[in-house]
Design a protein around this ligand. Structure first.
Ligand code: GLN
Length: 191
């Protein structure tokens, strides 16, 4: 008997959701564009893409996603990239952003500077046997608030990929590479 394909939702209100959809599909799972909270019920896991955490906050409020996302996180894995990681954090130090507080990290938006300061570099990631090309675009910097989270990767001594139980926060954009190992890592984590 075939095991049913895993279904990964990608929050598709704004930002870089299309590339995550492509990546998940390439990994052989089913990718679902999530635009209203009821659709979360169909998902085994969820990706919060990069974009603008200020705009995403507005849209999460407008479409009443907040409570359903908090509920989802109680039993299912969530991976947030860049703005998505900011949304997962406890504090974003910007009144326009209302983070979900799902992982014990502080996030500082645009901590590397403006768009022109965006960069890519190779990093080592726990669980991957060779380095990963990490693309940082107006990325936040993260600070761990407790020791409940595990740092899976760092750049210049700062955490850039953190997991706390079922919540994964990364400040770079794996969906912009041709390397699907982070998405595969997330898929393997699903029940
Ligand atoms: N600078 C954006 C923010 O603060 C994040 C950028 C990104 O997601 N690439 O929300």
């Amino acid at each position: 008997m075939n095991t049913p394909k895993k279904r990964i939702g990608v929050l598709s209100l704004q930002g870089g959701f299309a590339k995550h959809i492509q990546m998940i599909t390439n990994c052989g799972a089913t990718a679902l564009e999530i635009r209203n909270p009821a659709e979360l019920k169909q998902c085994d896991g969820l990706i919060l893409p990069g974009g603008e955490s200020t705009t995403l906050t507005k849209l999460i409020n407008r479409y009443q996603f907040r409570a359903p996302l908090l509920e989802f996180a109680k039993s299912k894995p969530i991976l947030g990239t860049c703005a998505g990681a900011i949304l997962l954090s406890k504090h974003a130090h910007d009144d326009r952003v209302q983070p979900l507080g799902l992982i014990d990290i502080d996030s500082h938006r645009n901590a590397y500077g403006r768009q022109v300061e965006s960069f890519s570099t190779t990093i080592d990631i726990t669980g991957l046997s060779s380095p990963f090309e990490a693309i940082f675009i107006r990325a936040p910097q993260l600070t761990l608030l407790t020791n409940r989270g595990e740092i899976l990767a760092q750049n210049k001594g700062k955490p850039v990929f953190v997991r706390q139980k079922n919540i994964f926060a990364l400040t770079f954009h794996p969906e912009l590479t041709h390397d699907s190992r982070i998405h595969e890592l997330f898929l393997k984590f699903l029940p």
